[in-house]
Each structure stands twice: as C-alpha cells, then as structure tokens.
Design a protein around this ligand. Structure first.
Ligand code: THU
Length: 182
C-alpha cells in the first residue's frame, strides 16, 4: 500500500458558535492578490502574454469564446493550450486542460509552477476569467502529484489581474486521492 500524502493548502477557517454548540457556522476565506499589468511580477507578465497569444489559436467556432492558457514548469519550459471545440460539443476541451495534459505528457516529472489564463470574446471581458470546475479538478491533480502549489494568474481581455498562490484556493472541499485506496 502506498502512503502518498497530498499537499493541503488550506485557508483560514473562521467559526462561530450560536446557541446550539452542535451547530457551527463556518466560513472559508480565499486570499488572492489583484494587480495592474504594470505592477505584475515579470515572470507572471511573461506567462500572461503567452496565454494572450494562445487565445488567438483557440478553435471556438461554436461559442466564439477563445481561451488561452500558458504554464511554466519547474525546469522553465512553458507549455500552452487553447480551447478546442467540437461539433459534438462535449468532445471539445478547455484551454487549461489542453495545456496541463500536454505538459504532463511531455514532461511527466516536472511540477507546474504557474498557470496563466485569459480569454477573448465578442464582448469585452474586463474581469479575470477563472477555470471551470472540471479544469480546477484536473489542475489540482498535479498540485497533489508534485506537492507543490500551482500559482494562478487570471485576467480577462483587459482589466485587473487576479493572482492566487494555489489552485487549491479555488477548489475548497476538493476531492483528492487521499480518499482512494491505491
Ligand atoms: N472554456 C475554457 O477553455 N476554459 C474554461 O475554464 C471554461 C470554458 C472554453 C470551453 C468552450 O470552448 C468555451 O470556453 C465556452 O465555454
């Protein structure tokens, strides 16, 4: 039996008791940092620029919503993705999973350090674009695998940039392989 232990980057949990001590209201706090382009750290800016280029390569004839993703591995390699749609809709894949699976296939031993995500649509997107639930689950698998937090850099086509220290912040109560008997 293997004894893998996952990284759990947990967030402060604040709790308060009411009249009934068996009932606890709890609250999760998520921390992130908001930047303008000019004060974003250089490495993040480069990754975001790459994600922005990648959005142009999306194949999105059905949604017209073009997503670009770029990630940096521990060895410095940058691996990219864009969403790829399909006439049989569920057969398409999000940009993040294209990038993450491609990185895992090409560099199976390299941890993902950071992932930038952006999108272009027919209407302006002036707020950070966050990965969908399925992508969060797929990304977090590699955070667990390498026991290293994956920094997320999120932006729309313009506007503020939201930076999370870990994908875990976007997926509280995550399902992970601690639950599996393997
Ligand atoms: N999409 C992504 O690429 N990433 C996400 O996290 C959310 C959605 C894509 C899927 C589809 O091609 C289009 O955006 C509209 O949902």
């Amino acid at each position: 039996m293997c004894c893998k232990k996952n990284v759990r980057n947990y967030y402060p949990i604040f709790s308060g008791t009411g009249d009934n001590p068996t009932i606890m209201k709890k609250e999760l706090k998520i921390h992130y940092t908001e930047y303008d382009e000019q004060n974003l750290p250089q490495a993040d800016r480069e990754l975001l620029a790459k994600a922005t280029q990648m959005a142009q390569t999306a194949y999105a004839p059905y949604s017209h919503f073009k997503v670009g993703a770029a990630l940096r591995l521990k060895n410095g390699a940058v691996v990219c993705g864009s969403n790829q749609e399909n006439a049989a809709y569920p057969s398409g894949l999000c940009a993040e999973r294209v990038a993450v699976f491609s990185a895992a296939a090409s560099y199976p031993d390299q941890a993902i350090e950071a992932l930038a995500i952006t999108a272009i649509s027919s209407k302006p997107i002036n707020h950070p674009i966050a990965p969908c639930g399925a992508c969060r689950q797929s990304i977090i698998e590699y955070e667990h695998k390498f026991r290293q937090p994956i920094r997320l850099i999120l932006r729309g086509s313009s506007g503020k940039i939201a930076v999370f220290d870990s994908i875990g912040s976007l997926l509280p109560f995550q399902f992970n392989n601690d639950e599996l008997d393997f």
